[in-house]
Structure formats: C-alpha cells, structure tokens
Design a protein around this ligand. Structure first.
Ligand SMILES: NC(=O)c1ccc[n+]([C@@H]2O[C@H](COP(=O)([O-])OP(=O)(O)OC[C@H]3O[C@@H](n4cnc5c(N)ncnc54)[C@H](OP(=O)(O)O)[C@@H]3O)[C@@H](O)[C@H]2O)c1
Length: 325
C-alpha cells in the first residue's frame, strides 16, 4: 500500500511512519524542515518538504505520490501552551483542519486514492450527559470563545472527510496523547507543570480524560488505513479517568507534592471558562466502536501503564531536582 502522510514528523507521525514501514507499506511523508526530511528518509520514507498552506505544492505532492491512502496528521501544537491564551494556541491547528482538509480530500480524489484517514480529537463534546460517551454524542457548539474555533474546525474536518463520494473517509478522534514527544512524556510540558505543582485540580476535578499512547494511536491509524468502514471512531484507552484521580496519581508517581486545588470560580476568573470545563465538565470517551468495527485494541489499556514514563535507557528528572532548579 502506498500511503501519503501529511504531517509525518510529529508525536503521532513518527510512530505511524515507522509502523507503516514495518508493515511493508511505502510511505511518502511531509515536513517543512530539511533536517526532519533527512530523518524521514533514514526511517525509510520518501520525504516531501512543503508548507501545507502552500496549497498548489500540497496538491502537487499528493498527485505525484499516487497514494492509495492519504493520512492527515497536520497540527500546529508544539508551541508551549499558555492556558490563558488557549484559543490563540489552537488557531493554526484550526486552520489546518478547516482549510487544509478539503484540499487533501480533493487531491486524494484526483490522485485516485481509495481512502483518507484524518486526525481529530475526542474531547470537544458538550459537557452534558454521561461521563463516558460514544461517537454519537453532540459536539460542544456553545463552547466558550477559546474553544469555539476548535469545535468548528473539528466539525469542518469531519464534514470534509466523510463527505467525499469517491473516498472511504475515516475520522479518528484520538484522546489525549501520551508517550514520547507529547506533553505527558517524562520531559513534556504538562509533566513538568505537575512536577512543579503548577497543574491544579480545578473545582471538583470531575472532568473525565481519555488518554491514548501514541504507539497505540499509530496502530489504530495503520488499521484504519488498511480497511474498515468509513466513519468516526474514538481512539482512546479503556480507562477514562476524572482529573481528581489521574492528576494526584501522576504527581505521586513523579515524586512531586500533591496537586494544588483551585476553586472553579477562581479558575474562571484567572484563566477563563474553558478552564472550568477542563476541570469539571469534560467528558471521556468509549472505544467500543473502534474495537468492534475496526478490530483494534489498545496495547496499553490504561494510562497507568506509561503516563510520564521515561523511554528505556533514559531516566526521568527527579521532582526534587526540578523543584530546586
Ligand atoms: N490528541 C492529542 O492529544 C494531540 C494531538 C496532536 C498533538 N498533540 C500534542 O501537541 C504537541 C505537539 O504535537 P506534534 O509534536 O505532533 O507537533 P505539531 O507541531 O503539532 O506538528 C504535527 C505535524 O504537523 C506538521 N505541520 C504543522 N504545521 C504545518 C504546516 N504549516 N505545513 C506542513 N506541515 C505542518 C508538522 O511538520 P513539521 O513541523 O515537520 O513541518 C508535524 O509533522 C505534542 O505534545 C502532542 O502530544 C496532542
């Protein structure tokens, strides 16, 4: 199978490219950077250097690749997150989802591809109803302004992916990534905040988080690239967990002091209404559909098996050392 991976160098792109190549597939992968293009070539992929907002270049690259499958893994989330500027932090990713997905769909159709698999997130659901929800749950259309653009972009991505008459469109709604290269890695931004006690439990901490290791997310993507019915699938682990559970667990595991507690009214005032959602309202997700219909099962069924884990051979920074710094 020939696979064009748009965004082949990120937290999901790297394990995805590796797993596709290990599975005997040919990979054409994009990056904006010559250095990362070299790493793609070393991994066995054919690199294409382009900026996705250069639409003619992106279209040409897809046509020249003659792929059977196009995978959309473009996001722009590597800048450090300032929770007060959440909307700004998401803006470029929103554009990649809203403006670039239709370009990829059209190019894939023109190139004669059979399938397009697109990355989305599982956690932009309306904060109402059961704590764990499936793919039929409504998106959060009346979200606070910091998140409204993200909801609109995710919806646009799904419409474009599923709307093609010529392609089998598959949307994978990944949970919160953890593992190498993510903000929950042993050296990631959120892990560091937890070490320094700068990631609080907001309000009652009832918000549910569905996590997924990037290796598992990549594996689900390979499965969806190979086949399965078009549609939307949650790609999350088996254990959606409230913030009040996983955050103290993580702090303890890191040898840090327990997280601070911040009342919801204070979080709203200091950060914005989206902070209350991330502390009290967010829903977790069921992976039953991906298991039943794609036959995919996460190898790490729980975030307890690797959140903030240091890769073999590397030791995690000690909480005391970080506090002293
Ligand atoms: N579900 C989730 O929880 C989720 C989903 C996505 C990301 N994240 C988190 O966000 C953080 C950053 O993610 P990341 O490491 O994957 O990096 P990223 O900066 O979000 O980039 C992802 C991919 O998109 C490409 N890209 C971005 N803008 C582009 C553009 N204008 N044109 C062409 N390609 C473009 C990047 O390529 P180049 O930079 O090589 O050009 C890269 O291959 C990590 O902590 C990750 O865990 C979380």
């Amino acid at each position: 199978m020939r696979v064009f991976v748009a965004g082949a160098t990120g937290a999901i792109g790297r394990p995805l490219v590796r797993q596709l190549i290990e599975g005997g597939h040919q990979v054409i992968g994009t990056t904006r950077s010559a250095a990362k293009a070299e790493r793609l070539a070393e991994a066995g992929a054919t690199p294409v250097v382009l900026d996705a907002f250069d639409v003619p270049a992106l279209r040409r690259a897809v046509l020249e690749a003659e792929p059977e499958v196009v995978v959309h893994q473009l996001t722009a989330l590597s800048a450090p997150l300032n929770p007060r500027k959440y909307g700004q932090w998401l803006a470029q990713t929103n554009r990649l989802r809203q403006e670039i997905t239709p370009v990829l769909v059209q190019a894939a159709e023109e190139a004669g591809a059979e399938r397009l698999v697109a990355q989305n997130v599982s956690f932009l659901l309306a904060p109402r109803g059961p704590w764990v929800q499936d793919e039929t749950a409504p998106l959060w259309h009346d979200a606070p302004s910091a998140l409204r653009g993200a909801v609109a972009a995710c919806e646009a991505l799904e419409r474009a992916t599923l709307g093609s008459a010529r392609l089998a469109g598959v949307v994978l709604r990944y949970g919160f990534f953890y593992g190498p290269g993510t903000s929950y890695a042993h050296n990631g931004q959120i892990t560091e905040m937890v070490r320094r006690r700068r990631y609080p439990v907001v309000g009652k901490g009832t918000a549910h988080y569905s996590f997924i290791h990037v290796e598992d997310a990549a594996e689900a993507t390979v499965v969806a690239a190979r086949g399965g019915q078009p549609g939307v699938y949650n790609v999350v682990d088996d254990e959606p967990a409230p913030l009040s559970q996983w955050l103290p667990w993580l702090a303890e595991r890191l040898g840090a002091r327990p997280p601070r507690r911040v009342p919801a009214w204070l979080a709203r005032l200091a950060v914005g209404p989206h902070a209350v959602m991330l502390g009290e309202g967010q829903r977790g997700n069921s992976n039953a559909k991906a298991k039943d219909e794609l036959g995919w099962v996460p190898r790490r069924p729980s975030w307890r098996q690797g959140l903030a884990e240091a890769p073999a051979g590397e030791s995690a920074p000690a909480a005391n050392a970080t506090r002293a710094a």
